[in-house]
Design a protein around this ligand. Sequence first.
Ligand code: SF4
Length: 174
Amino acid sequence: MARINDYTVTLFEPPCLPGSPRWSSIVTIDADLSDLLPYLNGYLKKRFYDPNTHTIVFKMNGHGVAVRPREIRIGNLIDRNDGEKVAREVIDFINEIDQRRDEITPDDTRKEPPKAIEIFKLLPKTNCKKCGQLTCMAFASALAKGDADMDECPELFEEKYRENREKIEALFMG
Ligand code: SF4
């Protein structure tokens, strides 16, 4: 029997910019994943894990994913259909890890995310709000916590910020 059998996807646009192409979602699940998080931490190579807050953050097919015991946060979604599709993919991945627990060595040690201030230094600092956050510093904090995805800042994809974007990606690669 799968670990997650039922779930609800709540989709939302960035709060300060209705009509933005970048959506996010919160997937509420019918299971407690507390004991599975160390297995995800042991399996994934590029991730951040905090055993105190029971949160693991990683990228999956270009989407930032934050898994907590009772919910999953997914970023960089195109629309509602994409939100439903990606939620299904993430649920399938988590259920697969649950099925493969015997093959995985669990790891409950903390893996540090970059500091928000380190990310902020590399952002455009225009406070344009296109990411849905009121300031670049708020966006940097959301990124560090796994509550936002770098792709939600369209300014970073201008050519003049390419090097900064690569540096932010490197921060997240550890
Ligand atoms: S979209 Fe980028 S530049 Fe604009 S406020 Fe958000 S983080 Fe700052």
